[in-house]
Design a protein around this ligand. Structure first.
Ligand code: C5P
Length: 226
């Protein structure tokens, strides 16, 4: 069984998806981490500039993502990317990697290569999966599809607070610009844009607490699965 949760930046989908997966005893697939891992390695291993991230060389994508040493794990209950035996996850949640992954993820060959990892995990596990196109492109036959969103100002505040926890200070205006830029790239790209699946349930959690969002999604899963 597959449950997809898509939505814009800082809609809370990753935290909600992880808790939902743990509650249901499912495997949690955080697809953004795959895009982050690839972008991080394109920059740190191959020295990519922002301009080059727009059109990564297929040989470089192959050397990273289409390589058995690039792996996603959730066995420890923490979404993890391993590359060449090294856990690179601690480097992937920075504002720089936010930016890099937002650029390279628009490339069709990047998407095709990352898609393969997602499909393989979907064959092995019951999944709660979150991302941008998981209900539309990756798992169009998912049992339950949710599109989680919130007002841009609310999401900017959440993003700003997350960065603060990591010791990085951003003004509210900068946070709003950062999330809007990434959302615009995801919404306007020709391949797998961010868009709710026609059969997705749309939830706006602008005025909901974390606990309320968790409970809403859990109840929805129970009611849909009867
Ligand atoms: O979900 P997260 O914000 O960590 O993802 C990082 C970036 O990867 C996003 O800004 C988005 O551009 C890209 N992404 C994507 N499709 C997905 C998941 C993430 O394009 N399914």
């Amino acid at each position: 069984m597959i449950i997809t949760i898509d939505g814009p930046v800082a809609s809370g989908k990753s935290s909600v998806a992880k808790r939902l997966a743990d509650k249901l005893g499912f495997y949690y697939l955080y697809t953004g981490l795959l895009y982050r891992g690839l972008a991080y390695l394109l920059v740190t291993k191959f020295g990519y500039s922002d301009e080059e991230l727009k059109k990564p060389r297929s040989a470089d994508i192959d050397a990273i993502v289409n390589n058995p040493s690039f792996q996603y794990h959730y066995d420890t209950g923490i979404p993890t990317i391993m590359f060449n035996g090294e856990n690179i996850t601690p480097y992937l949640k920075t504002a720089e990697v936010d930016h890099w992954s937002s650029i390279s993820s628009a490339d069709p060959y990047v998407r095709q290569s990352v898609l393969h990892h997602q499909i393989e995990l979907g064959k092995k596990y019951n999944l709660v999966v979150d991302g941008r196109d998981t209900g539309t492109i990756v798992f169009p036959h998912a049992t339950i599809k949710i599109f989680l969103t919130a007002a841009p100002e609310v999401r900017a505040k959440r993003w700003q607070q997350d960065q603060m926890k990591a010791g990085k200070k951003f003004t509210f205006a900068d946070a709003l610009t950062a999330i809007n830029e990434r959302d615009q790239r995801d919404i306007t790209r020709p391949h797998s844009p961010l868009i709710p699946a026609t059969d997705a349930i749309i939830i706006d959690n602008s005025d909901m607490s974390i606990e309320e969002t968790d409970e809403k999604l859990y109840q929805l899963c129970l009611s849909q699965h009867k």
